[in-house]
Design a protein around this ligand. Sequence first.
Ligand code: ADP
Ligand code: ZN
Ligand code: ZN
Length: 739
Amino acid sequence: MPEFANVIVDISHERLDRTFQYRIPERLKDRLQPGSRVRIPFGGGNRMIEGYVTELTDRAEYEPGRMKEIGEIAGGGLAVESELIALAGWIKEHYGSTMIQALKTVMPVKDRVKEKEERWVRLCLNQEELGAARSLCIKKHQTARLRLLEALKENPRLPWAEVAGRLKLTMAALRPMEEAGQIRIEGRQSYRNPAAGTGLETPPVRLNEAQQFIVNQLTGEIGRKDRRPALIFGVTGSGKTEVYMELISRTISAGRQAIVLIPEIALTFQTVQRFCGRFGDRVSFVNSRMSAGERYDQFERARKGELDVMVGPRSALFTPFGRLGLIIIDEEHEHTYKSENMPRYHARETAIARAELCGGLVVLGSATPSVESYYQALAGRFRLFRLKKRASADSVLPQVSVVDLRKELEAGNQSVFSRELRKKMESCLGNGQQMMLFLNRRGYAGFVSCRSCGKPMKCPHCDVSLTAHRNGRLVCHYCGYSVPLPKACPSCGSPYIAGFGLGTQKVEALVGREFPGARVLRMDYDTTAGKGGHQAILEAFGRGEADILIGTQMIVKGHDFPGVTLVGILAADLSLHAGDYRSSEVTFQLLTQAAGRAGRRGIPGEVVIQTYMPEHYAVQAAAAQDYEEFYHREILYRNLLKYPPAGCLMALQISSASEEAAEEAARGLANAISDSCGTEGQVTGPADAPVLKVRDIYRKLVYAKAAKYSTLIAAKDRAEAYMKDFPGASKVQLQFDFS
Ligand code: ADP
Ligand code: ZN
Ligand code: ZN
């Protein structure tokens, strides 16, 4: 049993900055674990306060003789805090981060400053009532109240700062107004419900046989010792969401709570509305467009037991439900379930870890399961369920054709539209139907370079080419840097500067030129930057305000447009060359999803995939809508090269403003982890990251592959120890990335 315990003292979340170390008295050994609630002496005198054990360790942070002892185990701790702290411990171990980073991930930090700002005074009177109230104030010489009513007439929702500051109203003046129903003081403390009023009453559908089978099989699994995560493999529209809702409903009946993870991009009004319609005000959601305060409020409501269901992206996994029973991860293959910041946790694995702690059930769903999950399912570690048919009888699978772009060139067609795609576009437009054109690159041209000396225009802060945009500027897609397109080449002075490659803006321009009558909408990072931007575009397209929607992968994710009968994928190859062991998988998923957008209600859809690599198995399998075929080919390659899931992979990213420091640390780390792995693992690198420099920071990579995860964890520990002793450690940042 370890000698020492790290304890986090203040659990009110605004001060997750450090832990304190205590000695564990003999009588408490064997009784403490991460998450235990304890009473500890703190500060001077005999003051005892409560805290949570975050870690048990044999490593003293300072002289043990001067260390205080834990007093006792405190009863009645909030089970959910303990559960989340234990989960943080798992995250730290599993992904290699500090305990504080892991704690901050599982417990969103409350920001005290925000609290003040986010109070409002809202007018609750209509025009007529307002007039009457003003007259009364004038009669009674209530000047302060009158001042407020005048201001509210201009702006019915005034920030607190203005009411208390410029208008100089006191609480004493406001209270009677609030009691009289003239105003309402709103604020963070009111736990605003973002889902309020969004739900249209939606009665449950009658599940078909296949759906009912899954529900029956999974009912009663919560809390069972031998339960396994379930994977529902079902095409888009096969009724997975209806299955989720029935499972949630049964979970609630059993007195437990549910978390539903969906990719951020699918967190649209329609999705939220569907859940609200079924579960009313017992459901809430979070998304990344909310302020930290708003998200915190929803977590508070969950903690207090006001909610049964939380819907949200990755971070919703840490909703502090004390009786969590079910975690659903829709579109489980989405790469956004992996965090890009430290700790780089994967929501799927972390959900399984949390479910272990609370006795909950994990249900994954996808039309194109990740290779990892399908592998687990075939190995029997996940339960596999299939939904083979679309739930509504009138939707049919699309007709897919693959066009070889090399043949187009040979035939003298230099347009971005192949002859086949053009013909289909013409007939689609002629029939008054809608289409989507998909290209996974935004901007106007891929890159811009000098025709005389060949030098590309590069970002001064990042090791990437700038992308031309139609507004005449060159933009860095990594850091946002932008400059006007130069009139002459900065290297040789030549005026012949030109863009190469294709971006969504250029497609828009080309459509405008080749199909002059068509109404076009474009959806990419640039057109959706504002709050609600992509919602507005999708809705406009949904209302039929455009014939063609052009966009990046944003347009292929889970939106249902009954009017779309044609989908054109302009260059399927872009994602195949991503230089990542997952690039075939990503391509297959994108193509399959894009194809799934066509023809969902009654009218059969058509899909045209344009590519320079028509023989590639990811393209072939997507065209045939054949997941098994894809998986079968892909897993051969993963097995051969021992990539996940056939092996485990750890990447170390070493970054520094000084390239030399990064290089030196990377070389030392590569040696250290080679030693640690021995013959069990294989270490490669250091190498430059695919983009060496981003925002003036250089990044180097070292990879370690091993059959067993534990080999990599030992190597990670060795790497951390190495960095502790590395002389230039303060200039270098080390991040781990497991897959
Ligand atoms: P998925 O989540 O797999 O894409 P959904 O659950 O959203 O599928 O179902 C697709 C459509 O079919 C929805 O409009 C849904 O209401 C409908 N649907 C699903 N199950 C049934 C059913 N058993 N009977 C009738 N309609 C259904
Ligand atoms: Zn030049
Ligand atoms: Zn840049």
